[in-house]
Write a protein that binds this ligand. Structure first.
Ligand code: ZN
Length: 328
C-alpha cells in the first residue's frame, strides 16, 4: 500500500479568495504595480493573529486589492488546485465572492472567467473535479445580492449554486429569503454559513426559510439538542473547518473543538479548510492536527472523508468513483 498517497476526499467549504498566499499577494502586487501596506512577507504574516471574524475579514478584503485581471484569478485558482490535489482533495466545491470584487471596480466577467477558466479543466490537469459557487456577503443588502445574481444568470456564469458568507452576527439567513427563492427558481444548489459565530436559530432559519441543502460550519448546533436531533435525522451536511474555528476564536483551542462530540452525536460532518492561506493550513493540515491534538481515529478519518464525498454536489457516478477509491 502506498503510504504516501493521501486519503481521497471532497472539499466542500473553501473560499478561493482565502487561498491567496502571502507570496502570491506580493507577486500579484508587483505585476499590477500595486503598493502594499506591508514592507515584506514577515510583516504581512504578522497581521494573521486574529481576534475574531471581523479582524480576519478586514485583512482578507484588503489583500484582495491585488486581484485585478483574469490572469490573477486564474493564477490563484491554479495554486489552490495544485495544493489541494497534494492534500488528497479529488473534488472541490469552490466559493467566490463576486461582490468583494465588484466593489473594487473588478467586473463579474473578470473574476468569474478567471476562476472558471481554470476549473473547466481541473479534472484533467489536477485530478480534481470542481464546481463553482457564488457566495454573497451577508453584511450587504439583499438587493445588492439579487442584482449580482441576475448579472451572473444573464452572463450564463458556470455556477452550480449560491452560498452566504461574511459577517454572520446581526445578518440572519431570513434577510436573504428572496435571493434564495430566486436561486431555487434558476435551478441552483443552495448552501449558507450558519452557526459559526451566530446562534443555532440561524441554522434553523437557513434550513426552514432558505431551504439550503448544506450548512457551512454549523458548530453551534451543539447548543440545541433538538436541532442536533433534526440534523442527524435529516442527514444535513455540516462543513466543519477546525483550524478556522480556532484562528477566529469560535472555539478557544483545537483540544476544545466540538468535532468529536459532533461525530459521536451522529452528525453528517466533514472537514474543510475554509480560508487555508489565513488559518494555518489546507485540509491535510486540518486532519493532521485533529489526529495529533484530538486523537482522531483512522475510522473517523475515513468516515469524515466518506461524508464529504456523499455530501457533495458531484454526479452520482463521480461520488461512487471516489468512494471506491476511498475504500480501496
Ligand atoms: Zn467559510
Amino acid at each position: 500500500m502506498a503510504a504516501a498517497s493521501p486519503m481521497p476526499l471532497a472539499e466542500l467549504h473553501l473560499h478561493i479568495e482565502g487561498t491567496l498566499e502571502p507570496e502570491l499577494i506580493f507577486a500579484l502586487a508587483e505585476r499590477n504595480g500595486i503598493e502594499l501596506p506591508y514592507a515584506n512577507l514577515d510583516e504581512l504574516r504578522s497581521r494573521y493573529e486574529f481576534t475574531d471574524l471581523q479582524s480576519f475579514l478586514d485583512l482578507y478584503y484588503a489583500n484582495m486589492a491585488v486581484l485585478r485581471t483574469e490572469q490573477d484569478f486564474a493564477d490563484m485558482t491554479r495554486a489552490y488546485l495544485a495544493r489541494a490535489a497534494a492534500a488528497g482533495v479529488r473534488h472541490a466545491e469552490i466559493m467566490m465572492d463576486p461582490q468583494a470584487h465588484l466593489s473594487r471596480g473588478v467586473s463579474l466577467e473578470t473574476c468569474v472567467n478567471g476562476v472558471a477558466s481554470v476549473l473547466a479543466t481541473s479534472e484533467e490537469e489536477f485530478g480534481v473535479s470542481t464546481l463553482l459557487i457564488a457566495a454573497f456577503l451577508r453584511d450587504l443588502s439583499e438587493d445588492s445580492a439579487l442584482e449580482v445574481l441576475e448579472g451572473l444568470l444573464a452572463m450564463n456564469a458556470p455556477i452550480a449554486g449560491i452560498g452566504l458568507d461574511s459577517a454572520e452576527v446581526g445578518n440572519p439567513p431570513s434577510k436573504f429569503t428572496r435571493l434564495f427563492a430566486r436561486a431555487g427558481e434558476a435551478g441552483l444548489r443552495k448552501i449558507a454559513h450558519a452557526g459559526e459565530e451566530g446562534p443555532p436559530s440561524y441554522i434553523v432559519e437557513a434550513l426552514d426559510v432558505l431551504a439550503v441543502e448544506r450548512i457551512d460550519h454549523g458548530i453551534r448546533c451543539m447548543e440545541d439538542p433538538e436541532l442536533v436531533e433534526r440534523l442527524v435525522n435529516d442527514r444535513v451536511p455540516l462543513t466543519v473547518c477546525p483550524l478556522s474555528n480556532v484562528r477566529l476564536r469560535a472555539v478557544d483551542m483545537l483540544a476544545a473543538h466540538p468535532l468529536p462530540a459532533m461525530l459521536a452525536a451522529g452528525l453528517n460532518v466533514s472537514v474543510n479548510s475554509d480560508d487555508p492561506a489565513y488559518f494555518g493550513g489546507y485540509v491535510d493540515s486540518n486532519f493532521a492536527q485533529l489526529e495529533s491534538v484530538l486523537g482522531l481515529s483512522e475510522f473517523d478519518r475515513v468516515r469524515l472523508a466518506a461524508n464529504s464525498i456523499r455530501s457533495s454536489f458531484a454526479s452520482e457516478e463521480r461520488k461512487q468513483e471516489l468512494l471506491a477509491e476511498l475504500s480501496g
